[in-house]
Ligand binder design. Sequence first.
Ligand code: PLP
Length: 371
Amino acid sequence: MVDLHGQYLKIKDEVDSAIQRVIDSTAFIRGEDVGKFQDELSSYLGVKHCIACGNGTDALQVAMMALELQPGDEVITTPFTFIATVEVIRLLGLKPVFVDVRPDTFNLDPEQLEQALSERTRAIVPVHLFGQCADMESIMEFARINGLYVIEDNAQALGADFLQANGPKQKAGTIGHLGCTSFFPSKNLGAFGDGGALFTNDDSLGLRAASLVNHGMQKRYHYDHVGVNSRLDTLQAAILRVKLQHLDDYHRLRQEAAAWYDTSLSEIEGLQIPVRSPFTTHIFHQYTVQVQASRRGALKQWLMEKGIPSQVYYPVPLHLQRAYADLGYRKGDLPVSEELCSKVLSLPMHTEMEQVQLRYISDQVQQFFKA
Ligand SMILES: *Cc1c(COP(=O)(O)O)cnc(C)c1O
C-alpha cells in the first residue's frame, strides 16, 4: 500500500545527515530542529502558530483541552474516520455526537449539523478524509451562527488547499479555531516514528496549546494548567524538515497516480472512482473506490491473488464499535456511513508508484469486472 523505503532512498543523503546532526548535538528533546520545523511548517501553511507534539491523537486531545471543553459537553463529528477522532472526545469525558457523511466525498455532511445541535454542543470536529477538505465554508458558517468551536482533524490532508467561493485559498487545518495533524509514517508527511502538530491563528490558543503539550508549564517548573507530556522528538523534527521540502512533489506524484487510476477505472460498470469536491484540492492520502458490497470481498481476494494489496478504510463505523456501545447508537442510525463501510476499497497509493505498477493494478481491476 505504501513504499516508505523507496521514498527514503531518494532523499537518503539529506535524511542521514540530518539524523547525524541531531545525534552529534545530543539535544534529543526540544532541540533546535523542533522550533525550526514549527516555523517552516507555519509558513508553508500560512498559519500563525504551529505546535509540534507526540502524535496526531495527542494533537486532537490537546486542542480540546486548550478550548477548555468540560465533561458532558457535546462534540459533533463523523463516524466514518479513524478511531482517534472519537477516542479523545471520550477520554476527556466529552460526548461524541455523530452526524452522517456525504456518500460521494465521505466527508461530514453540513446539512446534518442542525439536527445534532443541542444546548450542550460546544464544538465540531470535521475530518478531511483521504486527502480532501470537508465543506469548511458551510461548517464554519454553522459554527459562527451557533457559537461553536471548530477543530479540524487534518491528519490525512496536510497541504490540501481549501478554495473559498469568493476568497483566497487556505490550507486545510488553518481554517477552524484549531487544526490537528499526524506525522505517522504512512501519512502524506510521514516521520520515522510518531509525531503530530496543532495549528491556530489565535495567539492565546497557540500559547495555551504550547504549554499543554509540555505539562502545562508556563515558566520553568510553574504550571498554570494540567497538561500532558507530548513532544515531537528532535530526530523526527529534523527528518520532517527534510521531507517538508519535498511535500509538494509528493502531492504531485500522488495526484498523477490518482489521475492514472481515474482514467483507467472510470468506465467500469459497478465501480465508482473517488469524487472530488469543487472547493478543495485532493492530495490522495488514499485512493478509495466504491464497489457493490456483495462484490468487494471477491475483488479484494482477486487482487490479493495477483499480488496487489488493498485495504478497507474503514470496515465498521465508529457509532457501532463495541467500546462506544454505551452512546446508544443502533444500526441504521447513520445509514450513509454504514453503507460506505461495506463498499469502500482503497488501492495502493504512494509517492513511488510506477507506470508499470499502475497499469498492472488497473488491468487487474478491469479483468475482475469483465470476468
Ligand atoms: C492518523 C490519524 C489520526 C491519529 O494520528 P496518530 O499520529 O496516529 O495518533 C487521527 N485522525 C485521523 C483521521 C487519522 O487518519
